[in-house]
Design a protein around this ligand. Sequence first.
Ligand code: GLA
Length: 375
Amino acid sequence: MNRIITKISLIIWLLHFASHPAYSEPLLKEVFANDFMIGAALNRAQYYGDDLRAAPIIKNHFNTVSPENALKWEMIHPESDRYFFTDADRYVEFGEKNGHFIIGHVLVWHNQTPKKVFEDNRGNPVSRAVLLNRMRKHISTVVGRYKGRIRAWDVVNEALNEDGTLRQSSWLKIIGEDYIAKAFEYARQADPDAELYYNDYSIENEPKRKGAVKLIRKLIKEGVPISGIGLQGHNNLTFPTLKQQADTIKEFAELGLKVAISELDVSVLPDPKGFDGEEVAVSFENREQLDPYRNGLPSGVEAELANRYAGLFGVYLNYRKAITRITFWNVTDGESWLNNYPIRGRTNYPLLFDRSGKTKSAFDAVILSARKSEG
Ligand code: GLA
């Protein structure tokens, strides 16, 4: 009888540890506790608690969360007189329950914003005054609702072109250049304590970085309440170089800004020819070449990915004083947006956790980078 009980306890013990990988592996948030917060963007299934595979990872490894879609204008404010708060409320409650530092993403962007925001009833562009008023109301409603709970906001996203000039978005065309300053002012009025970020991708490229520095210097000079810059960090195996990464963080830190790596991932797949940032459809013949790892990642590429992550984290650790957080865009490889962008239905491996939720060698490399920087 005793032997049976011992056996049963052993099985229970093993099952417990198998379902709590946290006990057998280092936790990202603990390893980097003295450096920066570590987080991930969550999808619906994750903050509703339906994704049981991701749940222990989110709870154990991360101390900050971002909403993949729930707070984008088209989701939370789909029609001029209708807000949809259900998902965003759940996201914020989920973050609070887990003790996470909660990020708001995003208030003003050219994408995932209903066209109607910029139009009158007849489909003509509205005036500057009308659009500013809509922007102010949206920001005060959304930021106001989560005041004191969402602690940092991406206020403006992707206002720059690759050459560093301002993107000709409807925001710019209708309001003019000061739409950016206005967005920050409205956000500050709605929550005096939240951190307010400008967020963008590929700022590591010289021309775009110059444009971003110019824009932010001007905002600071005008007294606009900007707290930091979010470098999205949608990287691949070669871009950005570690020098580009380091120079970029340094330059913004020297402006006195906090720096967040806000949407980190590393794509291992080739970009289609002529890729210009839009989603592309590819012919069947091209598929094989553009989707080479459908049946698994070769060990050589896996090692390259691990090495790449080690390099990037080496840079982040060097700038730990300026960096507030490192947020991965999604939790595991399986739900990464990079499986569907810029081409639908590929198999990418951009994160630290694989499709079954297990840690990858890239995870080990990241942990090792922290140990090295201690020693
Ligand atoms: C941009 C946006 C994010 C997200 C990603 C792709 O980086 O800021 O909200 O849409 O693209 O998922």
